[in-house]
Design a protein around this ligand. Structure first.
Ligand code: 7TS
Length: 402
C-alpha cells in the first residue's frame, strides 16, 4: 500500500483538521484495527481458554492466531511471546523477576540516560533489593550511546544490560547488535526496550540475539492496554511468574499449586483479547507498507523540518542527526509549556515536557523540551503548518522580550 494514500485509513484524520506530531506517545488507529476489535465485541465477545462452546472456540482460536502472528512479526517462537499491559509492564517483568532472582551484591546493571523511566526505575528498585550496582553508559557529545562508550563500562561484573533500541526523545538508534555480542562475551544478558523501534524498523529477535525485548501496541497502530515481552525460552523457563491466579495455573492443592509453561505462566487472569486481536491486525496493516518506506518517509519529513527550524533564529534542535522521525527542540528562553498552546491553536498535536525521560532532560540541562514526531500519515503540508506555527510562536515571544 502507498504511504501517500494512508491518511484516509485513519478516521480521526478524515473527521478533524489535525496535524498529528505525537506518534512517539501513541500512534493513531486505522479503521481496519478498529473493525477487527469491533468484530470481536460484536460477534464473539466471550472469554478464551475456558468455555466449551462454539463462540469460545472462535475467541480462543482468533486470540491464539493473533499471538502466532505477533511472534512471526519479530521472528520469535509462540512460547517466547508474552502478552503484557504494555512496554512498561514487560520491562518491569524482566527486572522484577529475572533481575530479582539472579542478581547479587557486586553485580552490575548497565543502563543509560536515554532510557524511558520504565527501563530505569525497575532496575533502580532491583539494585536496591539485591545490592547490585547501576552503571550508566556515558553518552557522547550528541547524546548517543556508542560502542566505545559502552565498552568503557562493560566489566566482568556486568550481568544485565538494559538499553533502549530507539530513544523516545532523541530518536537515535542504539548500535545494539555489537553491544549484545560484547555483553554476551562477558556472560551478561541484554534487555531491549523496543517501544520506539517496533513501529519503525524490522525486528528479528533471533538475529539481534537479545535476551528480552519489549514493545507496546499503541505506538504501532494497535490498541492501548497491550504490549509484548519477548524472552529467550531458556531464560523464561528458569523464571518464576510475577503474578499468580487463574489461567496461568496447572494443578492447585490446598498449600501449593503449580503453573503452565511460558507464555501462560506470565499471564494470569482474563487476557486482553480484543487488544491482542487488534495488535495482530495493526501488524498486518504496518506490513503492507514495508519498513524501508516507513523510515525513509519519516526521516525525509524530519530532515525537511529540521532544516527549516535551524533557519529560524532562537530555535535549538537537540538531535539534528537522528536517523528516525523524532525532533527534540526548544524556543530559546521560553518554557515549552508556554509554546504548546500556539501549536494547539493551529490544530497541531505535539508533546512538551520531560517525555518520561528525566535523565536525558537533565543531561541536556534544560527544564523540558518540545517533541515532534512523524509517522506514515504525516505529509509535507504538515511540516509546513508546523514550521509556520513555530515562526508565529517565535515572533510572539520575541516581541514580548523572550
Ligand atoms: N519505552 C519507551 C522508549 C517509550 O517511548 C515508552 C512510552 C515506554 C517505554 C513505555 O510504554 P508504555 O506503552 O508502557 O507507556 N513513551 C511515551 C512517550 O514518549 N510519550 O508518551 C509515552
Amino acid at each position: 500500500m502507498s504511504l501517500a494514500t494512508s491518511r484516509k485509513d485513519f478516521p480521526i484524520l478524515t473527521k478533524h483538521d489535525l496535524v498529528y506530531l505525537d506518534t512517539a506517545a501513541s500512534s493513531l488507529t486505522p479503521q481496519s484495527v478498529i473493525d477487527k476489535m469491533t468484530e470481536y465485541y460484536t460477534d464473539y465477545p466471550v472469554n478464551v481458554h475456558r468455555g466449551v462452546y462454539k463462540l469460545s472456540y472462535r475467541a480462543t482460536e482468533t486470540y491464539t492466531k493473533a499471538r502466532e502472528n505477533i511472534a512471526r512479526f519479530i521472528n520469535a517462537d509462540f512460547e517466547e511471546t508474552i502478552f503484557t499491559r504494555g512496554a512498561s509492564s514487560a520491562l518491569n517483568l524482566v527486572a522484577l523477576v529475572y533481575g530479582r532472582e539472579t542478581l547479587k551484591p557486586g553485580d552490575e546493571i548497565i543502563v543509560s540516560e536515554l532510557e524511558h523511566h520504565s527501563h530505569v526505575l525497575p532496575w533502580q528498585q532491583v539494585a536496591k533489593k539485591t545490592g547490585a550496582t547501576l552503571i550508566y553508559v556515558p553518552l557522547n557529545k550528541d547524546g548517543r550511546i556508542t560502542i566505545e562508550n559502552f565498552k568503557s563500562v562493560l566489566t566482568n561484573q556486568t550481568k544485565v544490560v538494559a538499553l533502549t533500541y530507539i530513544s523516545n526523545v532523541m530518536g537515535y538508534i542504539t548500535p545494539l547488535e555489537t553491544i549484545i555480542r560484547l555483553a554476551h562475551e562477558k556472560g551478561a544478558i541484554v534487555s531491549v526496550d523496543a517501544a520506539q523501534a517496533a513501529p519503525h524498523m524490522q525486528i528479528d529477535v533471533k538475529k539481534l540475539d537479545c535476551d528480552f525485548l519489549a514493545f507496546s501496541g499503541h505506538k504501532m497502530f494497535g490498541p492501548t492496554g497491550i504490549g509484548i515481552l519477548y524472552g529467550k525460552r531458556a531464560l523464561l523457563d528458569q523464571m518464576e511468574p510475577l503474578e499468580y491466579g487463574g489461567d496461568m495455573n496447572d494443578n492447585v492443592d490446598k498449600f501449593k499449586g503449580d503453573w503452565k509453561d511460558s507464555p501462560y505462566k506470565f499471564e494470569t487472569g482474563t487476557p486482553p483479547i480484543a487488544e491482542a486481536i487488534g495488535l495482530s491486525e495493526a501488524i498486518n496493516y504496518l506490513e503492507t507498507f514495508g519498513f524501508d518506506a516507513i523510515i525513509t518517509h519519516e526521516h525525509t519529513l524530519k530532515t525537511t523540518a529540521v532544516k527549516a527550524l535551524e533557519s529560524i533564529d532562537g530555535v535549538t534542535v537537540y538531535n539534528p542527526s537522528a536517523e528516525t522521525g523524532i525532533i527534540n527542540f526548544n524556543l530559546d528562553g521560553v518554557h515549552p509549556h508556554d509554546v504548546v498552546s500556539f501549536f494547539d491553536e493551529d490544530h497541531i498535536a505535539l508533546r512538551a515536557g520531560h517525555h518520561c525521560a528525566q535523565l536525558l532532560i537533565k543531561w541536556l540541562n534544560v527544564p523540558a523540551t518540545l517533541r515532534a514526531t512523524f509517522y506514515i500519515y504525516n505529509t509535507e503540508d504538515d511540516v509546513k503548518t508546523f514550521i509556520d506555527s513555530v515562526k508565529r510562536a517565535r515572533a510572539f515571544f520575541t516581541d514580548i522580550g523572550f
